[in-house]
Every structure is written in structure tokens, then in C-alpha cells.
Design a protein around this ligand. Structure first.
Ligand SMILES: [Zn+2]
Length: 197
């Protein structure tokens, strides 16, 4: 799993995608789901000279994303993920910079730091907020991202956040907790968002 805090990349790797029929609906990014949703056809798959480029949509900002490590042979298998394409993809979607910059998967600097806060009371305040207002945090997150998360995804995000003591991160405050929660957690690739496959 690639860390969302990878210092080199400001982008968060997407392990979900969506398609034109329901651009706000996040599907777990697996080879199987991708092929089922796109039939590996244009406008998702483009042949550029000898190269095959696979695209989809970002469920949060609806901009085109490009698949990375797609069509890599099994012996060379690397983790499949997607990145914002950063440009319009003919037939699929135009790239809208404003939406892109607001996109929660476009990892802003403020969430990059892994520095932990020494203030025990503040950490506890955030932990309590998450525990007692968890549904509120999730509903805020869903309305901010436009992504509907399944219970399994939410549960595993919570487990990851708790195990990593995400409430201690300086980058997370009571104000940005819903988005911070999403940034500081990883969604396991095995989780089926759509129940496909
Ligand atoms: Zn996006």
C-alpha cells in the first residue's frame, strides 16, 4: 500500500474510481471491476501510438483519472491505482482545475505532515469527537467528497485511524476532522464499494 503521506507526491493515490453512468459512485479499483465497468473500451481505454492508456473518473471531483500499473504483466505486478490525469480526456471528461484543486484526493500540503501533537488534552478532544460524533463525521465526509462509503469501508478506515492514532497528527484538528480522517486512513483494496465481482 502506498502511503498517503508519501513526501514526494502531493497527490493521494486513488484506489477507487467511477464511470460516466454514475460519476459520483465510487467503485473499488481492481482489474476486475475496471474491466466490468468499462468493457476496456473507448472512451476509457485509448490507444495512443503503441501505448494503451486506461482512464476513469475521480468519484470526488469527476475529473479524468489515469490508471497506473494497469496492463502490467502478472510477474511484474504492482499495485494498481489511479491518479488525476490533469488534462481532459477526449470522449470521457474535461479537466476542471477548480474542482481538481478542491478534490480531497488531491492531497493538500496541510495533510502531508506526520508530525504528532504533544498536547494530550487536544488529542483526546479529537478522539472523543470522533468516537461520539462518528456518524456526523462520516456524513460530513460524504457530503464534502460526494462519495458514499459502505459500512465495511468506514469500519476499516476507523480501525486504521485508531491503530495509527490519527487523532495525534498535528495536521488534524476538530475543524478538518472529516477530511483529515479520510486522508489519514487507507481503504483496503479488498473492500468492494459496489459489491461487484
Ligand atoms: Zn478528484
Amino acid at each position: 500500500m502506498t502511503s498517503v503521506h508519501d513526501a514526494v507526491n502531493k497527490e493521494k493515490d486513488l484506489n477507487v474510481f467511477s464511470t460516466m453512468d454514475n460519476p459520483r459512485y465510487a467503485v473499488d479499483l481492481t482489474e476486475k471491476n475496471y474491466n466490468a465497468k468499462t468493457s476496456r473500451k473507448w472512451p476509457y481505454v485509448h490507444h495512443v501510438n503503441d501505448e494503451i492508456k486506461s482512464y476513469a473518473l475521480c468519484p470526488a471531483c469527476k475529473n479524468p483519472v489515469q490508471l497506473i500499473n494497469h496492463n502490467v504483466s502478472v510477474t511484474n505486478a504492482k499495485i494498481l491505482y489511479a491518479r488525476h490525469a490533469g488534462k481532459s480526456v477526449i470522449g470521457l471528461a474535461d479537466h476542471y482545475q477548480v474542482e481538481y484543486e478542491d478534490c480531497p484526493f488531491h492531497n493538500p500540503e496541510r495533510f502531508d505532515s506526520k508530525t504528532r501533537r504533544g498536547n494530550v488534552a487536544r488529542n483526546e478532544e479529537i478522539r472523543q469527537l470522533l468516537l461520539h460524533h462518528f456518524h456526523y463525521v462520516i456524513s460530513q465526509l460524504e457530503s464534502a467528497t460526494g462519495v458514499k462509503y459502505t459500512n465495511e469501508v468506514i469500519e476499516s478506515m476507523l480501525m486504521h485511524f485508531t491503530a495509527n492514532r490519527g487523532y495525534e497528527y498535528k495536521a488534524i484538528s476538530v475543524y478538518n476532522l472529516p477530511l483529515g480522517f479520510a486522508y489519514m486512513t487507507e481503504i483496503p483494496r479488498s473492500v468492494r464499494v459496489l459489491g461487484l465481482g
